[in-house]
Design a protein around this ligand. Structure first.
Ligand code: SAM
Length: 417
């Protein structure tokens, strides 16, 4: 039976993206809702940016040294990305910081970084699509320290550091695809932001085409997108340092009714987004830590899910075994293993090779069977899954990464060599 066409696959994604979020009552919000409402109104907290960036510095203190950092899609007047990089300009030894805002942004002009816009009758034209460019941060107010207050003062004194971004014949001002923004992108070494969720594929494709380093927030569901997965498989993109299983908390607009809590310091509403993570192609320490694993025999003896089994389940349609959690990856198995997508959080490219993903399997070389109507009425679904045969029945798994040990290392847990 034929696989899904790309069009069918996209329709399926879109449907998934529109699925209702089960946990609104708890203040958890699926990114899919942002797409549905076309809001894209999730704003990153300062502490999350700080935590993530500092993890790269821990691995290599020179990660940002001498670099041009570009924060696009970012409302420099309000964005914590701009605030973080401006406040840490000297600590990171940046060469330049560029931030751009988007003409269509609902929050542009509301921030407190430039209070002059709220002075007087408050009717002064608020800035919309702008580029803010810093090439140094020094002690402007003479208080002995160079910090965010100096950035505010510098920008007040130097109007040239802010330039208007023009619309072009296709895109509004500040659109990451507009000519002005692409010219700025070309200057950049590292792009760091939380881009609009609804344009994630296009956004990341642009960065890859321009050969940029990136550190951006996205939806975990995007891992399975063809364009994104291909990059992950080829070790050109990976997950950031913050554990993606725990989700992230974002600032949401004041009119949001479903939120998790209010930040006492800023008074802003905060919502939890369970399905969000950092994507990057900057190196970090976690991806070089080998997973400590037990042998197959040890797992069959000691692992909760496997105890009592004579062997790991083998797929009916893949030349691979099913491994339900990364902890149960056998250290001594040389064949292909299907593991949950959450494994990516633990992935060490020196230890494992990624061959494919069951959801989109066009060329893993591991698939052994395509089902037809003669096998089961839901054969289309079976063809997108790892399938385990139980008697005459078929049991399907969630999306599985197809991985294999690289065999340069074989760390084991709990066994003597
Ligand atoms: C998820 S919000 C994140 C904002 C900010 N980067 C942050 O993390 O706080 C995405 C931002 O992208 C802006 N945006 C939407 N479409 C855009 C486009 N085509 N080009 C550039 N920015 C866009 C929105 O206005 C919004 O400010």
């Amino acid at each position: 039976m034929a696989k899904l066409t790309e069009q069918e696959q996209q329709a399926r994604d879109a449907k998934q993206d529109m699925s209702p979020t089960p946990s609104l009552a708890s203040g958890n919000v699926g990114l899919s809702n942002a797409k549905k409402a076309k809001q894209d109104e999730f704003y990153t907290q300062y502490v999350d940016i700080q935590k993530e960036v500092e993890a790269y510095l821990e691995y290599d203190p020179k990660t940002f040294r001498g670099k041009v950092v570009y924060c696009n899609c970012d409302d420099p007047f309000e964005s914590n990305f701009f605030k973080y990089f401006a406040a840490n300009f000297n600590k990171l030894a940046l060469k330049k910081l560029i931030a751009t805002s988007y003409d269509g942004s609902p929050i542009a002009g509301q921030g407190t970084l430039f209070p002059e816009y709220n002075e007087g009758n408050g009717k002064r034209q608020k800035p919309k699509a702008l580029a803010v460019i810093l090439d140094h941060v020094k002690d402007e107010d003479g208080d002995g320290a160079a910090n965010i207050d100096d950035v505010k003062l510098f920008l007040k004194r130097n109007k040239a550091a802010r330039t208007a971004l023009k619309a072009d014949d296709r895109y509004p001002g500040g659109d990451f695809r507009s000519a002005d923004c692409i010219a700025l992108l070309k200057q950049a070494d590292i792009v760091v932001t939380n881009p609009p969720f609804s344009l994630f594929r296009e956004y990341i494709t642009q960065l890859v085409e321009h050969g940029k380093k990136l550190l951006i927030i996205g939806n975990t569901n995007s891992i399975t997108y063809k364009e994104i997965f291909r990059l992950i498989k080829d070790n050109r993109l990976w997950l950031g340092c913050t554990n993606f299983n725990v989700g992230m908390f974002f600032e949401v607009p004041a009119h949001w009714q479903h939120f998790h809590h209010i930040n006492q310091e800023t008074g802003r509403k905060i919502a939890r987004v369970a399905s969000s993570c950092w994507y990057t192609n900057l190196d970090h320490g976690r991806r070089h830590q080998p997973l400590m694993l037990m042998t197959m025999a040890e797992n069959l003896k000691f692992s909760k899910n496997l105890r009592g089994n004579a062997a790991y389940d083998r797929y009916d349609n893949y030349d691979a075994i099913e491994v339900g959690t990364y902890k149960e990856i056998p250290s001594d198995y040389d064949g292909v293993m299907g593991v949950p997508v959450t494994f990516l959080d633990k992935h060490n490219p020196d230890q494992f090779e990624i061959l494919g993903i069951t959801d989109r399997d066009n060329n893993s070389g591991v698939k052994t069977k395509e089902y037809s109507e003669a096998d089961a009425p839901n054969f289309g679904d079976l063809n997108r899954r790892g399938v385990i045969r139980v008697g005459n029945d078929y049991k399907t798994t969630y999306a599985r990464l197809l991985i294999r040990h690289r065999r340069r290392t074989r760390p084991t847990r709990g066994t003597k060599k």
